[in-house]
Design a protein around this ligand. Structure first.
Ligand code: GLN
Length: 477
């Protein structure tokens, strides 16, 4: 196996035993990126003629191990453009808190940032200003989104591990499409200071990795209270690797009946049912449960998320950051900058969000959506009184073809049907590889737990992973 194919924890062992050095990892990544990046396009702004250079982080436990970062997380002096024209050439003057934490732990920030849907608006990475990323398992398919670049880079061994962000599924759905592990932590677990905001009541940063142990290690590093993010919660961060390997016998798992509906791909259904059987053979006790307000999750999400996005995006006006259209009239300059700088989907969301917040419609849409959000959250609270976890598919279909849904926003929005309730309720959830369709596309299993019970997710996910080995199968590129 090449060095770049190893997991982070395998590499950490090898670094410790001096079986590899930082330079070996960077060289292996460089060779791999040169070979497959022209096909996969996982990185924004990649140019094959540019030599990658990176000074390793020398102190800390991680021994310099490089990590790939999504293009919406601020990295000091390194372009952070949210894959939008409007942030063209923006170089943040500071690091996001997660980047500071990674550096302190001894991680080197990889000099290329991962491709994504512009401002994290999307489920396919087709909305990037830099063009689509391709799924390493089938280059004609999307990698999912919006963290499609991070997931594709990890799946194709162009990265050891990566960070993404998840507002409505943007870590878990691409992880599922690319056959890797992705976790959305509890709202408040990880600081968003330095994450360019999409929808502030939903956004979380989280890991995308080759296996569950790596996700546990990375989650621990990035978690914790941060006075710079008033929504971060001051609660101890456990060592998430402690529970790996702990027995899962007797755990009570809920299977929400609303998640097994018509329209779900038959192959996904088969793979998920097999995964649930596997968990049962390992001793979990599963029963059907109900989340009765599930049908409202998509409309509620697309009201709240667009409302918050329209407000967060107001700051991009050509004055402080990135792109500025030429004009000698200030108002014209604002208008032209925003007209030229934002892509189609960003404009759609700004218009939708402004509409639902506007006088006369606020009560009918935004306020009502907030109320239904509470009902959705209550559904979860009720089930978690009696159950340790819930298990569902991560997405109703495997990766779809590039272009297939691009012209139909509603169809695209429906691909988030299984992931967005988790963000609305603020709970943690993980997606892990659990099998393949007949055509060889990966399928992801989503596990959900109570707020701040990431340990339960890692415990169950690890038991499944160690007894199945799906995560070891690599795409042929
Ligand atoms: N696909 C969802 C959207 O387009 C979620 C995106 C995300 O989590 N950033 O809003």
């Amino acid at each position: 196996m090449e060095v770049n194919q190893l997991t982070a924890h395998e590499l950490l062992d090898k670094l410790k035993n001096k079986q590899v050095v930082f330079k070996d990892i960077m060289e292996a990544l460089y060779v791999r990126i040169q070979a497959v990046e022209p096909k996969v396009k996982a990185y924004a702004r990649f140019k094959s003629e540019n030599k990658l250079s990176l000074n390793p982080q020398t102190n800390g436990l991680l021994g310099g191990l490089p990590i790939t970062i999504k293009d919406n997380i601020c990295t000091e002096g390194l372009n952070t453009e949210c894959c939008s024209k409007i942030l063209g050439n923006f170089r943040p003057p500071y690091d996001a808190t997660v980047i500071n934490k990674l550096k302190t732990a001894g991680s080197s920030i990889f000099p290329l940032k991962a491709n994504m849907d512009e401002f994290a608006f999307g489920s396919s990475t087709e909305n990037s200003y830099f063009g689509s990323t391709h799924n390493p398992w089938n280059l004609e398919c999307v990698p999912g989104g919006s963290s499609g670049g991070s997931a594709a880079a990890v799946a194709s061994d162009e990265a050891i591990w990566a960070l993404g962000s998840d507002t409505g599924g943007s870590i878990r759905q691409p992880a599922s499409f690319c056959g890797v592990v992705g976790l959305k932590p509890t709202y408040g677990r990880v600081s968003r200071f330095g994450l360019i905001a999409f929808a502030s009541s939903l956004d979380q940063i989280g890991p995308i990795t080759k296996d569950v142990e790596d996700a546990a290690i990375l989650t621990r590093i990035i978690s914790g209270y941060d006075p710079n993010d008033s929504t971060s919660v001051n609660q101890d961060v456990p060592d998430y690797t402690n529970n790996l390997g702990k027995d899962i016998k007797g755990l009570k798992i809920g299977i929400p009946k609303e998640y097994f509906i018509d329209g779900m791909d038959v192959e996904v259904k088969r793979v998920i049912e097999e995964a649930i059987n596997k968990l049962e053979s390992l001793g979990v006790i599963s029963s059907k449960v109900t989340l009765p307000h599930t049908q409202y999750a998509v409309p509620v999400y697309y009201i709240i998320a667009t409302a918050e996005a329209s407000s967060n995006l107001a700051r991009f006006d050509g004055v402080q950051y990135g792109y500025r259209a030429k004009s000698d009239n200030l108002i014209e300059m604002y208008k032209k900058t925003r007209a030229e700088g934002f892509g189609e989907e960003a404009k759609r969301r700004i218009i939708l969000g402004t509409f639902v917040l506007s006088h006369g419609y606020y009560d009918a849409y935004y306020l009502r959506a907030l109320k239904v959000r509470t009902l959705i959250k209550n559904d979860f609270d009720t089930v978690f009184k009696d159950f340790d976890c819930m298990v569902t598919p991560t997405s109703p279909t495997p990766a779809f073809k590039i272009g297939e849904r691009a012209a139909d926003p509603l169809k695209m929005y429906l691909s988030d049907i299984y992931t967005i309730s988790v963000n609305l309720a603020g709970i943690p959830a993980i997606s892990i590889p659990c099998g393949f369709t007949k055509k060889g596309l990966p399928v992801g299993l989503q596990i959900m737990a109570k707020p701040f019970n990431e340990e339960m997710l890692f415990r169950l996910a690890y038991a499944f992973e160690q007894n199945t080995q799906w995560h070891k199968i690599k795409p042929r590129l």
